[in-house]
Design a binder for this molecule. Structure first.
Ligand SMILES: Cc1ncc(COP(=O)(O)O)c(C=O)c1O
Length: 444
């Protein structure tokens, strides 16, 4: 396939959505043809360091050999199976995953996508509590299914959608760099949480069921709540009979430097959703909960499944992916990548005052660009140009924003298996792009 043929296909056959189909113009973006480890290759043979891990589904590296071997073996035995039958890889995956949790998390069920896990987690919380209302962070993103997970994805702006699920509303994201209530941590004493819960109490349309949150709000701009926030949230939820759902699509399974993002927060969620690299690149996702929550919900009619939710090939890939994460100590590797990248970012910040904030954990890192450190005016134009130059020079990162009119946060998600040499190569491309943009800025 060449670019002209691709252009014809795009012009004639593809629904031209902005999100999820083909972001950016065909002349500016590579058409990918192959991937291996931390590298992807386009149809013209250009190589790119993929510091986005695909759509975060390749955080153990593209085509990890052990995952590929499990898929190869499955092609010789069993690819698809009925979800009302048990199969061996499915059972193994429940057991392997269960061993990774802290008490009281224990029980799991499998689905296909991240959005599926959100739909199911919300239903689980509702059936376990008898409540209905769900709160989500106003910069959060939890999926694109056309009703519930999208309704809880406030970062996507709910006004875009034809209909919004009832009993879903937003609470303020605890974003200390841009505090939504203009306060300062720690003297604020979690004012954003108190204000959110007071408002929620007035807004609830029924008995509340749960809060859904990411331990690090990823797509909304890589925002980590301040220390103690989730403990305060737990108290607020306990007071109202609400459960905590952690969406660990982006923070789970090693990426933050620990096995799960909740382990940095000192709060074990009642329900946890896992997806993205869980299947090592194959689509399989999980809803995880305690025995008590599972039993209450099931007694009230909870179930969730998909035709391909328990396919032996996907489950075998999940087992291989978990084995890689544990046996290759990928959480440890993610922590070392964080140290290396943050040290380089801090160094760059001495040279380029456009860097306003550096944040995140493990291989989920963010860098916010501002034109003025006092006003924190977003450096949207510069960020877009740096992003463009990075891509041109062989580095894929993603540009995100935190709120209306802001598209000034780089999100970096290199696979946890990225070598030091590859990390340094990516950092050099970023630094060169930044230097070039800053030179032009001074000159103009
Ligand atoms: C935190 C989070 N949850 C859920 C989802 C939805 O996952 P999927 O696209 O697999 O449905 C995403 C997608 O990016 C996500 O970032």
């Amino acid at each position: 396939m060449d670019r002209n043929h691709a252009r014809e296909i795009l012009d004639q056959w593809v629904i031209p959505t902005e999100e999820g189909s083909y972001m950016g113009g065909i002349d500016e973006r590579p058409i990918l043809a192959a991937a291996n480890g931390s590298t992807v290759v386009d149809i013209e043979g250009n190589e790119y360091l993929d510091f986005q891990s695909g759509q975060m589904g390749a955080a153990i590296g593209h085509r990890h050999p052990r995952v590929m071997e499990s898929i190869r073996k499955s092609t010789e035995s069993f690819v698809h199976a009925s979800n009302i039958m048990l199969n061996v890889p499915r059972l193994e995956l429940h057991e392997r995953l269960g061993h990774l949790f802290d008490d009281p998390l224990q029980r799991t069920l499998f689905l296909v996508t991240g959005s599926d896990t959100i739909e199911a987690s919300v239903d689980l919380a509702r059936k376990a509590t008898g409540g209905l209302d769900i709160l989500g962070m106003h910069d959060g993103l939890h999926g694109s299914t056309s009703f519930l997970s999208r309704s809880l994805s406030f970062a996507w702006k709910r006004g875009k959608h034809a209909a919004i699920a009832p009993a879903t509303s937003a609470m303020l994201t605890p974003h200390c760099y841009r505090c939504p209530v203009g306060a300062k941590f720690p003297s604020c004493d979690y004012l954003c949480l108190k204000a959110s819960m007071e408002l929620a109490d007035a807004n609830f349309t029924s008995k509340p069921a749960a809060v859904i949150a990411e331990p690090i709000v990823s797509a909304g701009g890589v925002i980590e709540p301040p220390p103690g926030y989730f403990q305060a949230l737990r108290r607020a939820c306990d007071d109202r009979g609400m459960l905590i759902i952690f969406d660990e699509a982006q923070t789970g399974l090693g990426k933050t430097g620990k096995m799960f993002g909740y382990q940095h927060q000192g709060v074990v969620p009642d329900i946890m959703a896992l997806s993205k690299h869980f299947g090592g690149g194959m689509p399989v996702s999980a809803v995880c909960t305690s025995d008590a929550v599972a039993k209450k919900a099931v007694a009230n009619g909870f179930f969730a499944t998909r035709s391909h939710a328990t396919d032996p090939m996907a489950c075998a890939a999940g087992v291989a992916s978990l084995d890689v994460i544990v046996e290759e100590d990928l959480p440890g590797r993610a922590a070392r990548i964080e140290e290396r990248m943050k040290a380089a970012f801090r160094d760059m910040a001495k040279r380029y005052d456009i860097i306003g904030d550096i944040r995140g954990r493990g291989v989920l890192l963010g860098m916010e660009l501002v034109t003025d450190h006092e006003t924190k005016a977003p450096a949207n134009r510069e960020a877009a140009e740096i992003d463009r130059l990075c891509l041109k020079n062989g580095l894929i990162i993603q540009l995100r924003g935190t709120g209306p009119g802001r598209r000034n946060v780089f999100r970096f998600v290199p696979p946890m298996t990225t070598t030091d040499e590859e990390i340094d190569r990516g950092l050099n491309i970023l630094e060169d792009a930044m230097a070039q943009v800053m030179r032009t800025r001074v000159a103009s």
